[in-house]
Design a protein around this ligand. Structure first.
Ligand code: G
Ligand code: G
Ligand code: MN
Ligand code: NA
Length: 254
């Protein structure tokens, strides 16, 4: 019942919003960034989750427009938080597969950064394994040009899809985000423990960062911390929040 037609007009009508969920660096004991999470403020149905509307966005050819909106808004807000004293905090934007189809994504990213006066090192792009599943030589060229700009690339929901390891070999990611499926109950479930330990070791072996997503309980945090994970995201630390709340959260923390 969410009409595709409503979605087509959502950008023009200013109905999209971003919420920011903090990344916590447990070693430095600070907020080191935030993931931008899209929300659709529908005039009749209220706030709608991307889980519900992103499939329609993807299927109806709107992914590029919506993706551009999110990247632009995220970069604008990251510049804003920096100007308000929140320094050394990256913004992470989720990309959908269609956005990688554009060979000139690097040009778009460069333009967006310049427009807002944001440094490339302040931007991370999050891709799921399925996003990188297409033509890997094209993806590699694109990754190279994004890295040349100074932007970093994270693999999202790591472990949740297929062929994760082959993507890691083909493409250079800067960070692995451990899917919350493995984080949930990691303090007590031996299988989750084996998987998290392996992912942490894998990231270390590859020389890239590792972040645990969906941390909800102190026990999960402590277990992961003891096993070498230093970057965290999840309700235990903070829920996704609006820009003003994120600025307050990151400032209090300093
Ligand atoms: O915020 P929430 O937990 O409801 O997000 C649900 C899913 O929607 C996650 O998989 C997240 O990566 C995805 N998502 C959130 N914002 C965006 C966005 O701006 N673009 C894309 N492509 N996916 C997003
Ligand atoms: O797929 P991606 O990692 O981009 O999805 C992020 C999603 O996870 C968002 O919808 C966000 O609201 C949700 N999320 C973030 N932290 C937690 C958490 O601690 N528990 C649960 N259940 N969901 C979370
Ligand atoms: Mn994500
Ligand atoms: Na994720």
């Amino acid at each position: 019942f969410y009409l595709e037609q409503d979605l087509r007009q959502a950008v023009d009508r200013g109905q999209f919003e971003l919420r920011y969920q903090p990344f916590v660096d447990a070693v430095a004991q600070r907020v080191c960034g935030a993931e931008a999470l899209l929300r659709w403020q529908h005039p009749e149905h209220g706030l709608i989750s991307p889980i519900e509307f992103m499939p329609i966005v993807e299927a109806s050819g709107l992914a590029e427009e919506v993706g551009l909106w999110a990247m632009n808004a995220g970069c604008r807000d990251a510049r804003r938080w920096e100007q308000q004293g929140v320094t050394d905090c990256v913004v992470a934007i989720n990309l959908s597969a269609h956005q990688l189809d554009r060979a000139d994504l690097d040009v778009i990213v460069r333009r967006t950064l310049d427009h807002h006066g944001l440094l490339a090192k302040q931007l991370e792009l999050e891709l799921t394994e399925t996003v990188a599943a297409g033509d890997s030589s094209k993806a590699k060229t694109l990754f190279d040009s994004l890295h040349a700009l100074g932007v970093s690339i994270s693999i999202d929901d790591f472990g949740a899809g297929y062929s994760s390891l082959s993507y890691l070999k083909k493409l250079h990611f800067d960070k692995l985000k451990i899917d919350r499926e493995f984080v949930s109950m990691v303090d007590s479930d031996p299988d989750s423990q084996a998987i998290c330990q392996s992912i942490i070791a894998l990231a270390r072996g590859l020389g890239i960062a590792v972040l645990a997503e969906g941390v909800e309980r102190e026990e999960e945090y402590h277990w992961l911390r003891r096993h070498g994970c230093t970057l965290f995201q999840g309700y235990y630390f903070a829920r996704p929040m609006d820009l003003a709340s994120f600025i307050a959260f990151a400032t209090d923390d300093a």
